[in-house]
Design a protein around this ligand. Structure first.
Ligand SMILES: C[S@@+](CC[C@H](N)C(=O)[O-])C[C@H]1O[C@@H](n2cnc3c(N)ncnc32)[C@H](O)[C@@H]1O
Length: 232
């Protein structure tokens, strides 16, 4: 089921600025590519939004499939990738992926809040589309770390990061934490992005607390491979 994502659903042009600012040094891609080799392989990007990450995967994969439930974003992802070879974008959800069994080397989901406690159907569906040995990689923000994590916890007091991590651990995922730097072109861009991520009060506080144009933000990368044989 599609879970609304106010930032990218309502302000796609600001989310684009956010995506460009995120992980300015490429630490997430570097860590991910050290764990999974998708060269000449098939990548499925779940909740691909406007398709920001699809061209990067298409540089080395033989086929990239973006899956997104929100029709305007499906259209935006198709527009972004219309001249990129080997990319297709389909409407769908993590729980119902329009991809055949056993074809993917990597199933990727970035800032994928729809993967958390209760997402068993999504995990089972990812395991279905993965080849044996293929990997499901869930990348999300780490609300336990730094100022950005504090601002998240302030706005989401009911969100329990430890519960989320325990869920993934119990489902057999490995966890890597990745420290990144977000870098904005100017302070107006920083202010605008904070305003789509936080309540008015927290966004104003966050802007005051940030002296320049950069933020330190930690991610969680949860990975789980589809077993290659009988698990005894
Ligand atoms: C925060 S956005 C991230 C978009 C993209 N991954 C990126 O990094 O630019 C989360 C996306 O997940 C999509 N989404 C929401 N519920 C979903 C579900 N059940 N299955 C797959 N995608 C979902 C939203 O429509 C939105 O595009």
């Amino acid at each position: 089921m599609a879970i609304p994502s106010p930032n990218i659903w309502h302000w796609p042009e600001l989310y684009e600025i956010e995506n460009r600012a995120q992980d300015a040094d490429g630490a997430v891609y570097r860590t991910l590519s050290g764990l999974v080799d998708w060269t000449d392989g098939v990548v499925v990007d779940l909740g691909c939004g406007s398709g920001f990450h699809l061209p990067m995967f298409a540089q080395s994969a033989s086929s990239v499939i973006g899956v997104e439930p929100h029709p305007p974003l499906v259209a935006a992802a198709r527009r972004r990738t219309r001249d990129v070879e080997h990319v297709r974008v389909s409407e769908g959800t993590a729980e119902s992926v329009p991809v055949e069994d056993g074809v993917a080397d990597l199933v990727h989901a970035r800032t994928a809040y729809f993967f958390g406690p209760g997402c068993g159907a999504g995990i089972a569906e990812a395991m279905r589309v993965l080849k044996p040995g293929g990997v499901l990689a869930v990348v999300d923000l780490d609300a336990t770390a730094g100022a950005y994590g504090r601002w998240m916890r302030r706005d989401l007091p009911q969100y329990d990061p430890a519960r989320v991590e325990k869920f993934f651990e119990a489902q057999g995922f490995d966890l890597v934490r990745i420290d990144t730097r977000w870098e904005f072109p100017d302070r107006d861009a920083l202010r605008a992005v904070l305003a789509i991520e936080f309540t008015k009060r927290t966004a104003a506080h966050a802007f005051e607390q940030t002296p320049g144009v950069a933020l330190d933000v930690r991610y969680r990368l949860h990975t789980r491979a589809r077993p290659t044989g009988l698990v005894l």
